[in-house]
Design a binder for this molecule. Structure first.
Ligand code: FAD
Ligand code: 2HG
Ligand code: ZN
Length: 469
């Protein structure tokens, strides 16, 4: 091991090699505080060539390799195990935007570019990288691709998978596989890049990504609605889509309880509508052309919703500051949960026609089996994806409650989701956290195929060991 570490240092240089792990807690532990990892070393390569050399060296020496981006993932996928024998590959120094192709509407960037930096680089050219989420200041493109991240604009632009047009990947044996032609159409056999999207670093380390960009819309409307329940949210979404089509970019549901937590614990947050009874939806539209005309059409649909009784009240953001304040109410929910003692998190997707009945049934089941627990339900209704998070009862010691009940709570929520043809992980992946759940609830034939693919690409099982499968 000592000799391998020496060689690793010579590949990535002193400034890319961390052995004083006492200073690296934030890299060794996952961001939710579920796992404490140890590592033989942390390496931070700068180039694909360095990365490939370093991976090959580790694998030849039988050392497990753990890829890490911004370490914002929810499932412990970027955390090394407790043995202290794995090497953590942190990609933060591979942070160069290589090219923006204005005519081809695409971006090529090293995998360690943060999502926010990539959005800004595109915006300088009046182009839109539509991927967006609460963690965007820290998460990296390689992490986004590896988790096939969803986020706040999937309704209009799709998940990360739909944005990826090229990838370069360092394979476990150190070979570099590259498909960076950026072609819209290419039917020459299997589309291998799809394998690495959402693989959570279990098949290789993504070193470069090529992403589709969009023209920057020139008008945007953001509204905060009060609504009676989740069913009303689904109805309003249907009305909006029917009347306004594809310009609906985001449609987020925020339950009364989730909003109350934010207002209670995050300074400066307040409900724009004077009600504590209702649930809420945050809607964003974006389009090209006449702002005023879109406003009129949107207001008509809102008025129709109010007349039908599915919308209680609506406020349209008049300034960018107000728009950001609406978004803050939504994006701060995870922080509020954390501040108030944590939650058992879930990330389910259900066919949209069954989303409401699922939520009702799961809420009843929770209250029956876990008396006095709280529920923080919110999320990407437009994608059929809800975060159905369960809070410890007030007056209970949160840590003790979460430790004692998380598994049973999640088992119930997850099996109710898969029982309705839903998914127990719509956007956050499997990592270490949901590996056993995948084993239990996954399709056996599908799991067998996944194992065969893993064994073909990573026969020694050294690429992110113990994650996903
Ligand atoms: P990491 O956490 O570092 O890694 C995640 C996984 O990808 C690990 O398995 C890791 O091994 C692997 N990986 C990382 N980089 C590479 C690489 N270059 N090559 C191969 N494998 C790699 N997720 C959503 O989908 N939607 C949301 O709306 C959303 N909101 C969030 C809000 C907050 C406040 C937080 C904290 C998280 C949120 N997330 C969300 C989860 C998380 O931000 C995403 O999963 C993100 O894509 C992870 O990127 P990362 O760079 O932090 O990856
Ligand atoms: C979001 O949509 C994220 O805000 C995080 O996916 C969800 O913290 C959560 O439960
Ligand atoms: Zn989410």
């Amino acid at each position: 091991m000592r000799e391998t570490l020496k060689q690793l240092r010579s590949i990535v240089g002193n400034d890319g090699f961390i052995t004083d792990l006492s200073t690296a807690e934030t890299l060794l532990n996952d961001q939710r505080g579920l796992y404490v990892g140890h590592a033989a070393a942390i390496v931070q390569p700068r180039t694909t060539a360095e990365l490939a050399k370093a991976v090959r060296l580790c694998v030849d020496a039988g050392i497990g390799v753990v890829p890490q981006g911004g370490n914002t993932g929810y499932c412990g996928g970027a955390t090394p195990d407790e043995s202290g024998t794995e090497v953590l590959f942190n990609l933060s120094r591979m942070a160069r935007v290589i090219e923006i192709d204005k005519d081809g509407f695409s971006m090529t960037a090293q995998a360690g570019v943060t999502l926010a930096a990539a959005q800004q680089a595109a915006a300088k050219h009046q182009l839109l990288l539509p991927l967006s989420m609460g963690s965007e200041a820290s998460c990296q493109l390689g992490g986004n691709v590896s988790t096939n991240a969803g986020g706040l604009a999937v309704l209009r632009y799709g998940t990360t998978r739909e944005l990826v047009i090229g990838l370069e990947v360092v394979l476990p044996d150190g070979r570099v596989w590259s498909d960076m032609k950026g072609l819209r159409k290419d039917n020459t056999g299997y589309d291998l890049k799809q394998l690495f999207i959402g693989a959570e670093g279990s098949l290789g380390i993504i070193s470069t990504v090529q992403l589709r960009l969009y023209p920057m819309p020139n008008s945007r409307i953001t509204a905060w609605l009060s609504i009676s329940n989740l069913a009303a949210a689904v109805t309003i979404l249907g009305l909006l889509r029917k009347e306004l089509g594809d310009c609906i970019t985001s449609f987020e549901y925020i339950s009364r309880e989730a909003l109350a937590m934010v207002v209670r614990s995050i300074p400066g947050c307040r409900n724009p509508i004077d009600t504590t009874e209702d649930h809420h939806a945050l809607v964003e539209l974006s389009a090209f052309g006449d702002d005023a005309a879109l406003n009129v059409e949107f207001e008509q649909v809102l008025m129709g919703g109010i007349e039908q009784g599915v919308i209680g009240d609506a406020v349209i953001a008049q300034t960018e500051e107000q728009r950001l304040a609406f978004w803050k109410l939504r994006e701060m929910i995870p922080s509020a949960e954390k501040q108030l003692g944590g939650s058992v998190k879930h990330d389910v997707s259900i066919p949209i026609s069954e989303l409401c009945s699922y939520t009702e049934d799961a809420s009843i089941a929770m209250k029956a089996s876990f008396p006095n627990c709280g529920l923080s339900i919110y999320g990407h209704v437009g994608d059929g994806n809800l975060h159905f998070n369960v809070l410890p009862p007030e007056h209970e010691e949160s840590d003790v409650y979460l430790r004692g009940n998380s598994v049973a709570i999640s088992d119930l929520i997850h099996s109710m989701a898969t029982g309705r043809n839903g998914s127990f992980s719509a956007e956050h992946g499997i990592g270490k956290l949901k590996r056993d759940t995948l084993e239990k609830l996954g399709d056996p034939v599908g799991l067998e195929l996944m194992r065969q693919i893993k064994a073909t690409i990573d026969p020694r099982g050294l690429m992110n060991p113990g994650k996903v499968l």
